[in-house]
Design a protein around this ligand. Structure first.
Ligand SMILES: Cc1cc2nc3c(=O)[nH]c(=O)nc-3n(C[C@H](O)[C@H](O)[C@H](O)COP(=O)(O)OP(=O)(O)OC[C@H]3O[C@@H](n4cnc5c(N)ncnc54)[C@H](O)[C@@H]3O)c2cc1C
Length: 270
């Protein structure tokens, strides 16, 4: 196999065969790894930190777009998001996200994720606690037979003689050596590029997957929409905005700011 890698460690790297290599072990990576393993693939998942505690979801929480397929709830949900997003969304993708979220939440229930109940005794499935969620995802990935390499940042994609991506290599920081995985499919799931935000869990999100994809010739789209700014008190690294649904906002003189809110009115706060 030819390779574009020039790193000296590649020559002595531990070679690991796989059908599918997943780079990154947050929600995207673990769901992809579990799905591939369920199809019978040999899956290796490499994470720069520790799959289950690294990334933007693990230390905090995630709101879910969990909307009942019956009735017109989804039509309303889509219309409201479409307007919020400046009418730039694609309805077919919104349908896909809604359907996948509904299915995945059912899987999480089967796997024992502790969804809380509301006052009427119904399960509340519109948010996940990151630590519980990602601990469960790591456990499910291991149960599915996924081989997890922790503290093993991918550095570069490997390519075959035709230039097709055929794996990747990286470092095993605990062992002080390198790994190389030859795989028929590589999934880049390294999260965003929010390391300068100081937000909880984002310090290792340096955009590596986007860079590797671009180096391999991928064309990126929509990157101008990839910056989301959360609310956060100056003394805190917690910028997940669910908490602020219950917040009241005041100006420097202590006067309530009319119309300010987390789900709406963020512009007023800004
Ligand atoms: C302030 C804030 C608020 C948010 N609020 C919400 C919300 O309410 N609802 C919602 O759904 N989402 C929310 N999100 C977004 C959500 O956290 C992310 O969309 C989600 O975590 C992305 O999942 P991911 O698997 O793509 O990436 P991540 O969860 O970030 O995981 C990426 C993984 O890749 C690994 N990695 C990085 N580089 C490498 C490398 N070179 N080699 C190997 N591994 C690597 C990291 O260690 C990490 O484990 C918020 C994010 C932020 C920052």
């Amino acid at each position: 196999m030819g390779t574009s890698a020039s790193h000296a460690d590649l020559a002595t790297a531990q070679q690991i065969p796989a059908d599918v290599l997943v780079i990154g072990g947050g929600p995207a990576g673990t769901w992809a790894a579990i799905a591939a393993a369920a199809q019978g693939a040999r899956v290796v998942l490499a994470d720069k930190g520790f799959c289950g505690t690294s990334g933007a979801t693990a230390p905090a929480g995630t709101g879910l777009w969990h909307v009942d397929p019956d009735g017109d709830a989804r039509a309303h949900a889509k219309a409201s998001r479409y307007a919020l997003g400046g009418e730039l969304a694609e309805p077919a993708w919104m349908d896909r996200v809604l359907a996948q979220t509904w299915d995945n939440v059912a899987r999480l229930q089967e796997w024992g994720y502790p969804f809380p109940t509301d006052a009427a005794g119904r399960l509340r499935c519109n948010s996940l606690q990151g630590p519980e969620y990602m601990r469960l995802m790591r456990r499910q990935a291991k149960a599915a037979g996924v081989r997890i390499l922790d503290h093993s940042p991918a550095l570069e994609l490997l390519r075959d003689a035709q230039g097709t991506v055929a794996g990747a290599y990286g470092l095993r920081r605990a062992q002080g050596d390198a790994w190389a995985v030859q795989a028929g499919a590589v999934v880049l799931a390294t999260g965003g590029c929010a390391f300068l935000s100081k937000a909880l869990g984002c310090d290792l999100l340096t955009g590596d997957g986007a860079l590797m994809a671009a180096e391999a010739g991928a064309r990126l789209s929509g990157m101008e929409f990839s910056n989301a700014y959360g609310l956060g008190p100056a003394f805190s690294s917690v910028t997940k905005s669910l908490f602020y649904n219950w917040a009241s906002f005041y100006d420097a003189a202590g006067q309530p700011i009319a119309g300010a809110g987390s789900a709406r009115g963020r512009g007023i706060i800004a």
